[in-house]
Design a protein around this ligand. Structure first.
Ligand code: NAG
Length: 306
């Protein structure tokens, strides 16, 4: 009996040591709030999911909720956490905004400009905090999201291309599509973009995106992240033409052009739209799917190289 309880005690002791995977001792295996991740000019909240027995130098995924959502809700719906438990090689940041009907600010110049004190600044600081806290591999930082979260994924890749190496997101719009709109939510935004009526040429979209880094040439010190973007052909909320507009934008920025379509990939009814050799830019067009395309966590991790 004594022996058993001693073993139990030791096991519990080891267990509780193992949960302290971060410098500040954020617990593992469940969603945890992060009180202080640095400068947070727009007052965003952050929750983090760290798997038990996290491997050294993990990757970081920034996962952005849809309008009206929250980080905790997105953590339940996106299904990355069980994959983090299985692989143990990444942590997931689930921020929340409570402004503008819980939509990310993808409209104001403050947010559409690097280091200008908008939502993008707060989100970039979360990523920097996580890299430091978990000794993460800075070459393995990724952004994903759905709807408003996909709009913001494109904007994060435009404003902080140095932080991210890949984007995979669902049912969004090009970076800068809502520039100048009075808001970024269904009830506050100029509806032109979501209606699919903000059409530009590739070079026009690319110039808009590059300007968000703070110089007309954009990010020239390194590579822009590779991009995978998903959209439903029956999306009448963030209308389907926004897939083609995003692909025009990234095709120009990444310097790759359309090469082929692969039908029924990764599943029946989806078409994989391949640019170049498929290593930098891919679109997924989902037939019969509305708003939003369900998250495909395995396909995202594959794109991220995890
Ligand atoms: C590739 O697939 C997309 C989505 O279904 C379609 O809009 C486009 O016309 C296709 N391109 C070619 C060359 O077949």
């Amino acid at each position: 009996m004594v022996r058993t309880s001693l073993l139990t005690y030791l096991a519990l002791g080891l267990g509780s040591t193992a949960v302290l995977a971060s410098k500040c001792g954020v617990a593992t295996g469940s969603l945890q709030p992060v009180a202080n991740f640095g400068e947070n000019p727009t007052g965003l909240d952050l929750q983090i999911y760290v798997p038990k027995n996290l491997a050294p130098n993990p990757a970081v995924i920034l996962a952005l909720h849809y309008c009206g959502g929250t980080g905790p809700l997105y953590s339940q719906q996106s299904n990355y956490n069980p994959l983090a438990d299985a692989r143990r090689n990444f942590v997931i940041l689930y921020p929340s905004t409570t402004h503008d009907n819980n939509c990310w600010d993808v409209a104001s110049s403050k947010s559409l400009t690097r280091d200008a004190g908008g939502d993008t600044t707060s989100l970039a600081n979360m990523v920097r905090w996580a890299i430091d806290e978990y000794d993460a591999d800075p070459s393995k930082v990724f952004v994903t999201g759905s709807s408003s979260g996909c709009m913001m994924s494109n904007v994060m890749a435009a404003t902080y291309p140095d932080l991210f190496s890949a984007v995979s997101c669902y049912s969004g719009v090009p970076a800068g599509c809502l520039a100048g709109s009075p808001g970024a939510s269904p009830t506050t935004a100029d509806p032109t973009c979501a209606n699919g009526d903000n059409r530009k040429t590739g070079p026009e979209w690319a110039a808009l995106l590059k300007g968000m880094y703070g110089t007309p040439e954009g990010y020239t010190e390194g590579q822009y992240p590779k991009v995978q973007t998903w959209h439903g052909e029956a999306d009448f909320f963030v209308n389907y033409p926004n897939l083609a507009e995003q692909l025009k934008q990234w095709s120009e920025v990444l310097g790759v052009s359309f090469s082929k379509n692969e039908t029924d990939t990764p599943q029946s009814g989806y078409t994989k739209i391949v640019y170049g050799d498929g290593s930098k830019l891919v679109g997924y067009s989902a037939r019969g799917v509305g708003h939003t395309v369900p998250v495909h966590p395995e396909a995202d991790l594959q794109w991220f190289g995890l």
